[in-house]
Design a protein around this ligand. Structure first.
Ligand SMILES: *[C@@H]1O[C@H](CO)[C@@H](O)[C@H](O)[C@H]1NC(C)=O
Ligand SMILES: *[C@@H]1O[C@H](CO)[C@@H](O)[C@H](O)[C@H]1NC(C)=O
Ligand SMILES: *[C@@H]1O[C@H](CO)[C@@H](O)[C@H](O)[C@H]1NC(C)=O
Ligand SMILES: *[C@@H]1O[C@H](CO)[C@@H](O)[C@H](O)[C@H]1NC(C)=O
Length: 459
């Protein structure tokens, strides 16, 4: 109730607000009444102690005959029992009243703060709501209208779904980027889709994920050739004509591989160089520090029990390729940042999954043997988003499943202040943990990496 003093006074001028003021007064009256009642009930339990005192006095009276003493004692005990029952009932009532008192307190507090907000700004409440949900206008593009529904379900399907209509999924944040979503949903129905991958992905990254489905056909590359067969495909550069890619700067895979030497700051810029260099060597050795080898990691589990997994933000799919060579099936989630990562992974004969780091993992809980993530999880992700992501990884791992956190980037002061406590909160067992400075410029800039092998507990 202390917060009542802190809350702004109710407004008096506006006629709209008179009924909230009335209800506020009612709530205050209710609070006072319940308080008085509570005080009354709390004071009444003192009577049993005086009863006890009386019975002691009576029992110790030597002039009373033994028979009448017994009778009196029995009746006193009965009285005592009845009083106990009453007392117990009163205690239940008190706790119920205390609960109601708390409820009415919180009601009055929220009522008062609501009134205060209306006094300061009549639109306050609706502004807050707009931050979460922005309404669509009346005239949304017809394709969008059809895509997002709702659509009535046939009778008899309702018991399985728990509703009589179906709303196809759509990222909540799409409503904050309405013009872009309208543009995305404006195309020739049953025709060819616009070439708008980059535009669409930008929408996804802003939280409009999943995007609405469309009824159009994306253009196939001119001169498409079949991919190489497995296992050769794992280490083959796909033909330049097998993908459609943003043609502004880099038209083909040959260019993607060779741009490493260029000064541009591309995401995962040496990932495409799968025939030589760093990408080829990754996870094949254990440095004893931040670099763990796949074979060493697999040896921490009974042989053959790591069979399926996810590489979160897995670049061109080399981790999945190395796992595939060990008969482990790994899905690679990746966005097409500055490059056709999804097509490249697919051309290697691996499974790409186009979801952002913010997206709930599309796996059922307790299913995966391993989740790996290199470089993608790091201090660029807002702490809250990261914590939810880590709990999601915990969710999809099976008991005894491994989370291999590979080169998590942060600054030295964040390491112990933020990330060590956060990882501790998730509930993994630590099988291995290494923190080390980033080698190139880590010393002067206090930049650090964490690598860890974490295990979801068996129970
Ligand atoms: C008092 O109540 C208890 C249990 O509630 C019972 O066991 C006991 O016999 C009662 N005593 C008398 C005197 O009724
Ligand atoms: C690949 O693209 C680059 C420019 O992006 C071009 O110079 C080169 O000729 C292309 N290579 C092939 C084989 O088409
Ligand atoms: C993978 O499975 C194949 C077929 O079952 C088997 O011949 C091969 O030895 C396995 N490879 C490894 C590394 O276990
Ligand atoms: C973090 O804490 C550990 C243990 O207290 C300490 O050894 C380490 O130097 C700290 N690391 C950083 C980067 O401050």
């Amino acid at each position: 109730m202390g917060s009542m003093d802190d809350s702004p006074p109710p407004p008096r001028k506006s006629s709209d607000t008179t009924s909230p003021v009335k209800s506020m007064l009612k709530v205050l009256l209710l609070i006072v009444t319940t308080n008085i009642l509570t005080i009354y009930l709390l004071s009444s339990p003192s009577s049993p102690s005086s009863l006890n005192l009386q019975s002691h006095l009576l029992l110790s009276n030597p002039t009373t005959s033994s028979i009448s003493t017994t009778t009196i004692t029995t009746s006193l005990l009965l009285d005592l029992n009845a009083t106990r029952h009453l007392l117990a009932a009163a205690q239940i009532q008190i706790s119920e009243l205390t609960r109601r008192l708390k409820l009415s307190n919180s009601l009055s507090e929220s009522l008062l703060s609501e009134l205060g907000r209306h006094a300061n700004n009549p639109n306050a409440a609706s502004d807050d709501a707009a931050q979460v949900v922005a309404a669509w206008p009346e005239d949304i593009p017809p394709e969008l209208n059809l895509a997002i529904g709702p659509h009535a379900l046939p009778l008899g399907y309702s018991p399985n779904i728990g509703a009589d209509k179906l709303y196809p999924p759509l990222g909540l944040a799409c409503q904050h980027y309405q013009e872009e979503v309208f543009k995305y949903m404006t195309y020739k129905t049953y025709g060819e889709c616009p070439s708008d991958d980059v535009f669409a992905q930008r929408l996804m990254l802003k939280g409009c994920e999943p995007l609405p489905r469309r009824r159009c056909r994306p253009k196939s590359p001119v001169g498409y050739t079949h991919p190489a067969p497995l296992p050769e495909s794992l280490w083959s550069i796909p033909s330049d004509t097998s993908i459609v890619w943003d043609p502004y700067t880099c038209k083909n895979y040959t260019c993607l591989v060779n741009r490493n030497s260029a000064s541009g700051s591309y995401d995962c810029k040496d990932c495409f160089d799968i025939l030589r260099g760093r990408e080829r060597a990754r996870w094949t050795f254990d440095s004893g520090g931040l670099d763990y080898g796949i074979d060493g990691v697999l040896r921490t589990r009974p042989e053959g029990t790591v069979r399926i997994g996810l590489d979160l933000g897995g670049g061109t799919g080399t981790f999945a390729a190395r796992m595939r060579e060990r008969n482990v099936t790994v899905v690679t989630s990746t966005m097409n940042f500055d490059g056709p990562f999804n097509s490249f992974i697919a051309s290697r004969g691996l499974v790409p999954m186009h979801v952002s780091i913010a997206h709930r993992l599309p796996f059922f809980e307790g299913t995966l043997d391993i989740v790996h993530s290199m470089h993608v999880l790091s201090n660029w992700i807002p702490d809250t988003v990261l914590e939810f992501a880590l709990f999601d990884i915990y969710r999809v791992l099976r008991p005894g499943g491994l989370f291999w956190l590979d080169h998590f980037f942060c600054l030295g002061d964040q390491l112990n202040a933020t990330y060590v406590p956060m990882f501790d909160r998730i509930g993994f067992n630590k099988l291995r943990w290494n923190a080390g400075r980033k080698l190139d410029r880590g010393i002067e800039k206090n930049e650090w990496y964490i690598s860890a092998l974490l295990e979801k507990p068996m129970t």
